[in-house]
Design a protein around this ligand. Structure first.
Ligand code: FAD
Length: 454
């Protein structure tokens, strides 16, 4: 690629973080280039069509906040012309199930349903009345310490911990409440109580988050693929950036591909890479920043897209999916009722489920062979969802570094990385290891990175 002008921006990484930054930079009139090491864009977002099924190997959907079109995701969808392909999850997605005592129970969506729910014991329910009077914790707290102190052990085990494994595939005993669930932390800080805060904000109950879950007719990969298609020649796949250097007031990125190597120059550079890959790239600039990036742990995930005939499945699949608390007798973190969520995901008369195993609490799941994983996952699904017979198909996918973990000290670590690299000028960092892990968070962060560069 040729050297570029004084407003040029090089984005390293063609996941949704990098592509969103590139898109919003282009909209601001910047000459932008993207270098992506794989031969496709999207990073962990990957959708596959197989035998009439639409399989997601990464995110199945993302949460669009209320106020259609007012958030970065809404703007990106509208500007890329994807509004007509955006699909909203079926209303049944408001139902979420949690396993307790080997059975699935709906998460209560109203105060009455909460009182009637067998998911929590009466002592646990009564304990909640005292929540507004619980005092402050000392220093930065883990999610587990915070939840147990405020809500009690049962809520930690059967509501908070499964939620944490559903979002982060994480362990609440190491994740920071302030970094990983800032909205929860903010409720407590502003209202003195989670419950008072939730009431004051008009929360929708425990059944689901405020907003709507969205995807695309062609699956989540539609979004990165469309952005890359519109950025056209500005996106180069198959180019791995191996080092960054500052020379004559500009940035130089050295890259390698299967057929050669080269150097790309730009005035600004956005490093939108997973933390370990970002560490390799900034190592020559700041070994300390690289060390801090490498200290951000990731949780591994095995995803299994499993298809059955509808008549094999006893459970009505009338919801988003289910979560499995750690104490329960099942190896799954949880599962999604993918063909309930969005129409057209499986041929008529069949259903598609997406099961997750591994995570920070069971990293060794990654090492099991396909046959063992398939047998265990299908066995768990059969018991939990009353399924008879074997699956029609199973598509396994292993991601050893799937989701960054915002552990204690995360925010200070990120601030220090920024402080170490800021004096170099014109270098911006952003991917799912900062500012939120959801697809919608990555897009919002991409938009604000673009604004900072501009
Ligand atoms: C299994 C799974 C399920 C998920 N489910 C959901 C969900 O339901 N809803 C939701 O909102 N979010 C979900 N997420 C989270 C969300 O998908 C991710 O956080 C987000 O897509 C990360 O995007 P990113 O661009 O920051 O990182 P990545 O997708 O990791 O992109 C980084 C890119 O950089 C490239 N790269 C790496 N090294 C180099 C290099 N040296 N040079 C050039 N390029 C390089 C990589 O190939 C990759 O394409 C899920 C994540 C996973 C893994």
């Amino acid at each position: 690629m040729a050297a570029t002008g004084k407003d040029s921006v090089l984005v390293i990484g063609g996941g949704i973080s990098g592509l969103s930054a590139a898109w919003f930079l282009r909209r601001r009139g910047r000459a932008v280039r993207v270098l992506e090491s794989q031969d496709r864009v999207g990073g962990v977002i990957s959708s596959e069509r197989r035998n009439g099924r639409l399989i997601e190997l990464g995110p199945n959907s993302t949460l669009q906040k209320p106020g259609d079109g007012e958030d970065a995701l809404g703007r990106l969808v509208a500007e890329t012309g994807l509004s007509g392909q955006l699909v909203t999850a079926a209303p049944a997605a408001d139902n979420r199930f949690v396993m307790r005592g080997g059975r699935l129970h709906a998460l209560p969506a109203s105060p009455f349903a909460f009182l009637a729910s067998p998911l929590f014991s009466w002592p646990a329910k009564l304990r909640l009345l005292g929540e507004p009077f619980v005092g402050r914790g000392k220093g930065e707290e883990t999610i587990a310490a915070f939840a147990e102190r405020r809500l009690g052990r049962e809520f930690l085990d059967y509501a908070v911990a499964p939620f944490v494994s559903g979002v982060y595939a994480g362990d609440p005993r190491v994740l920071s409440v302030r970094a990983a669930v800032p909205k929860v932390y903010d409720l407590k800080r502003r209202y003195g109580s989670l419950i008072v805060g939730a009431i004051a904000r008009g929360a929708k109950g425990m059944g689901g988050p405020a907003g709507r879950l969205v995807s695309f007719d062609g699956g989540m990969a539609t979004l990165p693929e469309t952005i890359a298609g519109k950025l056209a020649a500005a996106v180069r796949t198959g180019c791995r950036v191996v080092a960054l250097a500052r020379r004559d007031g500009a940035w130089e990125a050295r890259w390698r591909s299967a057929t050669g190597a080269g150097v790309e120059r730009a005035r600004h550079v956005v490093v939108a890479l997973p933390a370990d890959a970002a560490a390799d790239v900034v190592e020559p600039l700041s070994p300390e920043a690289a060390g801090l990036l490498r200290a951000i742990p990731y949780a591994p995930i095995v995803t299994a897209a499993v298809a059955y005939r509808r008549r094999q499945v006893g459970h009505p699949l009338d919801g988003f999916g289910f979560l499995v608390p750690r104490g329960e007798d099942a190896g799954l973190l949880g599962g999604l009722f993918s063909s309930t969520l969005f129409a057209g995901r499986a041929p008529a008369g069949t259903v598609l489920l997406t099961a997750f195993t591994g995570g920070a609490t069971d990293p060794r799941a990654m090492d099991r062979d396909d046959e063992t994983l398939t047998r265990r996952i299908a066995g768990d699904l059969a018991r939990i969802l009353d399924i008879k017979g074997t699956p029609l198909s199973v598509r396994l996918s292993r991601q050893p570094r799937a989701i960054p973990q915002y552990t204690l000290g995360h925010l200070e670590r990120v601030a220090r990385i920024e402080a170490l690299l800021a004096p170099l000028g014109g270098l911006y960092l952003g991917a799912s290891w900062r500012g939120g892990i959801s697809v919608a968070d990555c897009i919002r962060n991409g938009e604000s990175l673009a604004a900072r560069v501009a």
